[in-house]
Design a protein around this ligand. Sequence first.
Ligand code: ATP
Length: 250
Amino acid sequence: MSDEIEIPESHPRYQSLLTRHRIEAGVEKGITSKQGLIAQGRGEAFDYLIGERTTESAEQAERVAAAHLLLADSPVLSVNGNVAALVPGEIVELAKATGAEIEVNLFNRTEERMEAIAEHLREHGAEEVKGLTADGRIPGLDHERAKVDADGIGNADVVLVPLEDGDRAEALGEMDKTELVIDLNPMSRSAQVASVPIVDNVIRAVPNMTDHARDLAAEPNSTLEGIIEEFDPEAALSAAEDAIRSGDME
Ligand code: ATP
């Protein structure tokens, strides 16, 4: 990234400082909202407790999520201001590895921010970015927050929603979509309603999912279905909560 700062990789809080800087740069660029800074703070606290690592159960959830995206008819990756600031190129890679569409989907929707994020994603290699047409609605949400593209999230069978707010995650779940949620808080409503809760930092989770997708790409559907069937979302949430509560940072 051109707007990256110089932090020595040996710094004990390298990852956390880099993440913080990217969010800050996102706010300056008009991509991330001020509320995004607060969400980042909450995420950091959980990541600290989890040991700033991908737990074994999160790794498994990432593989299951990759299997879902590969099996889907119309998979969509939903991108908000924090995700755009933190992992723009990585989202494009995941979309390419799974054949998914990318859709900008904001809690505090403004046309300016929608455009800025779409442009930022294009700068990172995205060919098509959905979300600007907004000709579909998620039932049960107020007007602005309900907007989606009818041929994007509106029509998707599998949606990856990193850092989604609880209301929208619930409403999407009620639309009978398979929801893959990345959220560092296993107790958040979004994680609780997910078909596949991924309790990991989006910075680690997205590239891991891409690796798994590449690894699974040549597998037959029956293998992918088997991976999905074995997964237990309740167990994944419990394992994450245990890791946090036990304070076992390894
Ligand atoms: P809910 O309604 O689902 O309970 P919320 O809407 O109150 O949650 P926010 O305050 O919007 O949640 O915070 C966003 C969520 O995203 C938090 O649960 C936070 O842990 C998580 N989060 C923030 N940054 C990251 C990140 N980099 N990777 C993964 N999760 C993150």
